[in-house]
Design a protein around this ligand. Sequence first.
Ligand SMILES: *Cc1c(COP(=O)(O)O)cnc(C)c1O
Length: 332
Amino acid sequence: MFDDLPRAPLATLPTPLETAAPMPNSAARLWVKRDDLTGLGGGGNKARKLEFLCGDALEAGARSLITVGAAQSNHCRMTAAAGARLGLEVHLILSGDAPEPPGTETGNQLLSKMFGAQMHYTGAAESHWGQLEIAREALTDQLAGEGLAPYSIPIGGSTAVGGLGYAAAFVELIDQCEAADRMPSAIVFTSSSGGTHAGLLAGRAALIASGRLTADTAPDVVAIGVAKGVVMGLPDIAELADGVLDLMGVAARVDPNDIEVDGRWIGDDYAVPTAAGDAAVEWAAMANGLLVDRTYSGKGLSGLLGLAAEGRWSADDDVVFIHTGGWPALFA
Ligand SMILES: *Cc1c(COP(=O)(O)O)cnc(C)c1O
């Protein structure tokens, strides 16, 4: 389903599927799909999307990449690393102001600079995503005018092309689950711009269409939303997922009833830590030796632990947490 699609080999795949410590409030068995270990520039979920996005960019003859993100964007950091690997100039449009004094970047910003990206600080408030997208369009026009053949990537890399990375990841995960002889009841992950979610749903629909899974045996795909305003409305996720299926050449459509976004774990806003998220960061570290961050994977894990405590799963259930990465932000 993916062989004929342009793809730049940027990620170290397959990522490991590991067992985790017993959960504090549930007898269900927890597994962690280590997509924090995709390798590219510190790893994380964006490496899978960037394989297809950069494949598309190279095929289109692009000479530069432009993308946008929050001040501590993991997506921007990994796009910078992808550009370094592929010899493409990278421009990042970021929320907030340039750190003062100059040269005092931390976390993802420091790493993006190390990968050679050009940083464009917009002064935008942290979750004013529309402002970033307007700046992206302006810079794309400018670089095109300068002959830099830009490939312009929307927030989070969440286009149908980017979503292919998580359709392929779903198939990779099912391969591993079948090899371990345990089909999970649910796959839970942190969601913001929706491309990871759409890709997983497309992969699930494709395996149901091919007869490898049935609607009953296929795991639930449960998104824990961590960004208001980017957490797309449910029809948008369906549209994006169907776009991924089109690129895969699969005629199936995603069943809207299968789209689940749990927005109860975000707290006050994007990137504002929550008590439950911080407890999950500590549990991951102290019980598992695992790093999750306060903006993404920690809040996502708090959602999984919260659903488990509510009794969604029992001792017979296996639940997979896709660890989407984000640990460099711990150093900011
Ligand atoms: C981008 C990101 C997500 C969310 O992925 P989307 O495809 O944008 O929904 C989750 N976790 C981390 C660490 C991320 O960087």
